[in-house]
Design a protein around this ligand. Structure first.
Ligand code: PTT
Ligand code: SF4
Length: 620
């Protein structure tokens, strides 16, 4: 059935039994769910027993490529890591740029599914059809930079290496998967799932040629695509600043999160901006495989305990560990970023946990002697000390490692706990951005910008506009970002940042797989994936209610006090209107559950039947 694109094989590894098997990828599944996120949620839906504890051996860690991964095409060196999330209890995934992506395809697999738990720490080594588990006692507890060096030394510089850091090993619920010193993926605790399996690292090396339907055409189309990217008006600036340019943009538009999202404007934004980075800190450039618009900003820390270290920085990291903590020092924001990378913990959630704790202290809801340190906004040193307690799960750090939702349930302050469905919100304040708030709230993994970067479109439509058209645009965006790019598996930045036309992707898919996909069909696939993810959440949470699609109370209750939009806050009435239109447009009922007719239309009739068999009543 496969003429190219897919290898048609999935590698299954059971760490408990120390066994592996190679399974055929079902052609129908590939056509309907494609790969990456689509394939991952299909596997989790079909195979995971409802109610599985995310940190139990029964949970599955899925590493999934798509039919475009691994070819020399614009920005196609990406890989999806997915699982049931220990942070949210729902579906979780992340997208990481790494050599492991193309090595997996060259080894002959579209995906690797790991289950069980090894008796002791191991490294899974995949070299074509040779699969080994190597002891990793000597690597357990070591930071991700050291482990990258040691594994490269042993397996070669071209090996694809994915790993967890010591923070994830301690089962902090927001451990990420790390690769190549600064590539991170799986915000909803996918690294923690990997660590819970005693799996320190996965090393992948392949020697096969990835099957392609029309290799010559693929080569020609790729060359044209690379040329178009390079000719883009914004190309030079992008390569100089990458995502860091967003600090200035967010400040101008009052969406730069500051002081735990109390404000969207930061008085010291200049000191942590892309321009400051470029002038003072940037020393090298890095990128994902096959990318000709490399955006990895390698910077050198100039002051503090990590003086002289290098770290790869991005907008989200610096906003959440800078302005959101009241820190106007690039050195401290970078230090916290580096610490999170070494420990393998998510920078966005770390920034949110630190900010929430600082606010609890400020509001006298948490006595400082409980923390064992004096915590003030803007104090990088104290924030680092607290991050260390979290990573080591020492003292009060034990509780903080559970994430903002659990913390606010235990200590109060739920109205300013900045998460949605348990996932801490990425770095865009929404006091004056109702469409972006809706995008965060309906993102399928919790409040991550991956599916939700609606803010730029919303500014064009008008911040105050509350209309069905705005909701339709949001759906279109989710179909592209959360569907096409996460299932075909390619970086979305050529499209969103440099205007690379979406029309390229059906052409690439045709040349790679031999199959015709129109953009319309790809969007229908995206809807299928969204529906299945929503059903997975509903199954794991025993139902659904529209409150689960609400942003935090703070944005409704407490207006901005600084910047050009001071006085702005969200209107609940307007938000509810948008949410109802959103449900309607998706074919979901007023609780936010897909209707039976919608599921049937998407080929998911069996999902409706299974939910009903478990006692959930779905509307027709
Ligand atoms: C991603 C999220 C992001 S998104 C950032 S910065 W960004 C944070 N990076 C972290 C980090 O670094 N270290 C760490 N310890 N934790 C981190 N958590 C945060 O994780 C990433 C780029 C970026 S940089 C973005 S927007 C785009 N994301 C893409 C995506 O999601 N899908 C896709 N098809 N293409 C994308 N291209 C861009 O990739 P998560 P990466 Mg990442 C140090 O994984 O879980 O989705 O969270 O993978 O290789 O680092 O590239 O301003
Ligand atoms: Fe990686 Fe950046 Fe290139 Fe995307 S644009 S593939 S994130 S280097």
């Amino acid at each position: 059935m496969f003429k190219g694109g897919w290898t048609g094989k999935i590698l299954r590894v059971d760490l408990t039994r120390e066994k592996h098997a190679v399974q055929d990828l079902d052609g129908e599944v590939a056509r309907s769910f494609m790969g990456g996120r689509g394939l991952a949620v299909k596997i989790l839906w079909d195979e995971l027993k409802p109610g599985t504890d995310p940190l139990s051996p029964e949970n599955k860690l899925i590493l999934a490529t798509g039919p475009l991964t691994g070819f020399a095409l614009p920005s196609s060196g990406k890989l999806v890591v997915a699982s049931k999330s220990p942070l949210t209890g729902g579906y979780g995934d992340g997208n990481i740029g790494t050599r492991a992506s193309y090595q997996m395809k060259k080894a002959g697999y579209d995906a690797i599914v790991v289950e069980g738990r090894a008796k002791e720490p191991v490294v899974l080594v995949v070299e074509d059809s040779e699969i080994k588990l190597e002891k990793a006692d000597d690597l357990w507890g070591k930071d991700t930079y050291t482990v990258q060096d040691e594994l490269e030394e042993k397996h070669g510089k071209e090996a694809g290496i994915l790993m967890v850091g010591p923070g994830a090993e301690k089962l902090i619920r927001f451990g990420v998967v790390i690769s190549e010193k600064g590539r991170a993926g799986g915000r909803p605790g996918i690294g923690t799932v990997m660590a819970s399996k005693n799996l320190k690292a996965v090393v992948i090396k392949g020697t096969k040629e990835i099957p392609a339907y029309n290799r010559e055409e693929l080569r020609e189309l790729a060359a044209e695509g690379y040329k178009e990217i390079k000719a883009s008006a914004n190309y030079d600036f992008w390569v100089r600043q990458g995502t860091m340019a967003t600090i200035e943009w967010s400040q101008e538009n009052s969406v730069l999160p500051s002081y735990n999202f109390r404000e969207g404007w930061f008085e010291r934004a200049d000191e942590i901006s892309g321009t400051t980075m470029e002038k003072v800190y940037k020393v090298a450039q890095k990128g994902c495989p096959f990318c000709n618009m490399q955006c990895g900003n390698i910077c050198e820390i100039k002051e503090g305990p990590y003086k002289g270290w290098r770290v790869e920085i991005d907008y989200e990291n610096i906003a959440m560990l800078g302005s959101n903590l009241g820190i106007g020092s690039m050195d401290w924001a970078m230090t916290l970023n580096l610490y999170a990378d070494l420990q393998g913990i998510d920078t966005i959630t770390l920034g949110s946990v630190l900010a929430f704790t600082a606010e609890l202290v400020e509001k006298r809801m948490l006595p400082e002697d409980k923390l064992g340190l004096k915590l003030r906004w803007g104090d990088g040193e104290a924030m680092l000390q607290l991050a260390e307690l979290i990573a080591e799960r020492k003292g009060f750090g034990e509780k903080l490692g559970e994430g903002v939702k659990a913390l606010s349930k235990a200590l109060g302050g739920e109205w300013f706990a900045m998460h949605i469905k348990g996932l801490e919100i990425s770095a865009y304040d929404c006091h004056a951005a109702p469409g972006m708030a809706l995008a965060f709230a309906t993102s399928p993994i919790g409040a991550h910008h991956k599916d939700a970067w609606f803010i730029a479109w919303e500014l064009k439509i008008g911040r105050d506009v509350i209309s069905k058209e705005k909701v339709d645009r949001l759906l279109e965006m989710q179909r592209i970002r959360g569907g096409l790019f996460e299932a075909a598996v390619a970086c979305r930045l050529p499209w969103i940042e440099l205007g690379f036309s979406l029309e390229w992707y059906p052409k690439y898919l045709k040349a790679a797989t031999g199959l015709d996909f129109t953009l319309k069909e790809l969007y229908e696939m995206a809807d299928r994936i969204y529906d299945l993810i929503r059903c997975f959440w509903a199954r794991e949470h025993g139902g659904w209610s529209r409150e689960m699609d609400y942003p935090p109370e703070r944005w409704f209750k407490e207006p901005l006090t600084r910047g050009p939009l001071a006085g702005s806050k969200l209107s609940k009435e307007a938000y509810d209107k948008l949410l109802s239109w959103y449900y309607e447009a998706r074919g979901w009922d007023s609780r936010g559950l897909p209707r039976k007719s919608t599921l049937r239309e998407r080929g998911l009739g069996y999902v409706a039947e299974q939910l009903e068999a478990q006692g959930m009543k779905l509307e027709e």
